[in-house]
Design a protein around this ligand. Structure first.
Ligand code: ZN
Length: 277
């Protein structure tokens, strides 16, 4: 069964806030030079992923200059081009483009992006703000999934209030055909809320990047009941070892088919359905 990492960052080292650089170096245990080598070479990144047991990965754009840093949609598109195992997700910062919906269309139709990641806590808007609604309408029309950061962040300037999974409820209701993925599963004190949202809405999922895998059942005691809605992500380069995270999930007291769904089957269904549209 293929393993899909739904949450991986490449960043431009020259455009990172200093606290982001410090965090990446500390959490990965690697120097920035080594990380930059992997974040600028798709072949080396794929080698690293394969060594860790990952077959495909979602590569995220992030345009959050005040809170974390910037890598452009263009840079991520070029990085992933010609590498089917690297799945590019665009970012549209609604405060930095005059027409966010048009920017999404450009990313998908002209640059080959297969999904969108939104960063409300880093970019300062609520997921249900009318300003971003045209973007959801386009994403639904294009048939691409939208991942939204939920829960806490340690980065300076991030605002927790925007990370409440409850804001996604409106979006799930208003765009019933749009796939919505709650990155970090409401990290902090909204785990139950995030899982509840996934249970309530057929189009809403929980992604577990950045959560210590051995604590998953503590955060989501009923996880097994929602096996079709949980998606693995690593948040690389912000961790020591993807392989260790995968092993920790495989050693949880869950059914084998639940683990297969979390580690790849659910993600494959979402990504491959999106591609058919
Ligand atoms: Zn992340």
């Amino acid at each position: 069964m293929p393993v899909i990492d739904f949450h991986l960052h490449i960043m431009d080292a020259a455009k990172l806030q200093p606290w982001t650089t410090d965090y990446l170096v500390e959490s990965s245990g690697e120097g920035m030079e080594h990380l930059t080598m992997l974040m600028t070479s798709p072949d080396l990144l794929l080698d690293m992923l394969h060594e860790n047991g990952v077959d495909r990965a979602v590569v995220l754009t992030e345009i959050s200059p005040i809170t974390t840093g910037v890598i452009s949609n263009e840079a991520v598109a070029v990085f992933c081009e010609g590498h089917d195992a690297l799945i590019p997700f665009a970012n549209v910062n609604p405060f930095m483009v005059s027409n966010p919906a048009q920017e999404l269309v450009r990313c998908v139709l002209e640059m080959g992006f297969q999904g969108l990641k939104l960063y409300p806590t880093y970019q300062g808007f609520y997921a249900n703000d009318s300003m971003i609604y045209p973007v959801y309408a386009k994403a639904q029309g294009l048939g691409i999934p939208v991942m939204i950061h939920t829960g806490s962040s340690i980065f300076s300037g991030a605002r927790l209030k925007y990370g409440d999974p409850l804001w996604i409820d409106d979006v799930a209701v208003d765009f019933p055909e749009l796939t919505l993925i709650q990155a970090h599963g409401g990290r902090g004190f909204w785990y139950q809320r995030a899982l509840f949202m996934a249970r309530l809405h057929k189009n809403v999922y929980v992604e577990i990047a950045g959560l210590p895998p051995h604590k998953l059942l503590e955060y989501f005691p009923d996880l097994e009941k929602s096996a079709d809605k949980i998606i693995f992500g690593s948040d690389w380069p912000g961790l020591r070892s993807i392989k260790q995270n995968l092993e920790a999930i495989r050693s949880l007291p869950l059914a084998d088919d639940t683990k297969a769904k979390i580690l790849g089957e659910n993600a494959a269904r979402l990504l491959d359905d999106a591609r058919c549209v």
